[in-house]
Write a new protein. Structure first.
Length: 165
């Protein structure tokens, strides 16, 4: 799997990024060219995001199979262990069942098969909460996501680890 850098100049060719997915210890070579892999565009990414939101809103656990590869890794935080595979992702999704929420989403960056999407999520049911979210998405050749990493921020919560931990 080849991943190109999201910001020119951050990494040069031949640098390696470790993936956090526990499926295997993988090293991904970064390069400026995608080669034979399909590239995602804004419309494809937003169709996937809309499908995710619709499946999440309607508690369609089968939507996980349409949206994620069989062995997909899903991290609720960059430092959390991954939920791996359809069953684990479905269980996580269903933990939110019955909640009322609204979502606004926009792509921030798309390069090759990697996308970053910014979301504003507002829960208005039994849980009153809003948060801003960034999704780091790695798409497989079939348009499903193989790696999902979430960076969520809530009002009034710290952005970093406290000094006294």
């Amino acid at each position: 799997m080849i991943v190109s850098t999201l910001a020119a100049g951050l990494l040069s060719d031949k640098h390696y990024l470790p993936l956090r997915c526990p499926k295997a210890v993988l090293l991904v070579q970064t390069t400026a060219a995608i080669g034979d892999h399909d590239e995602m565009d804004r419309d494809q990414v937003m169709r996937w995001v809309d499908g995710y939101i619709d499946a999440w809103r309607t508690e369609d656990a089968q939507g996980v199979e349409r949206l994620f590869t069989e062995d997909a890794c899903y991290r609720r935080s960059p430092y959390e262990e991954s939920e791996v595979g359809h069953d684990a992702i479905k269980a996580f999704w269903l933990a939110d069942a019955g909640e009322t929420f609204s979502v606004k989403a926009e792509p921030v960056a798309i390069e090759g098969q990697t996308a970053v999407v910014r979301l504003q999520v507002n829960y208005s049911g039994s849980v009153q909460q809003e948060y801003r979210d960034l999704w780091l998405l790695e798409f497989a050749d079939d348009g499903r996501v193989s790696d999902f990493e979430e960076w969520a921020y809530w009002p009034g919560k710290p952005y970093t680890v406290s000094v006294d931990r």
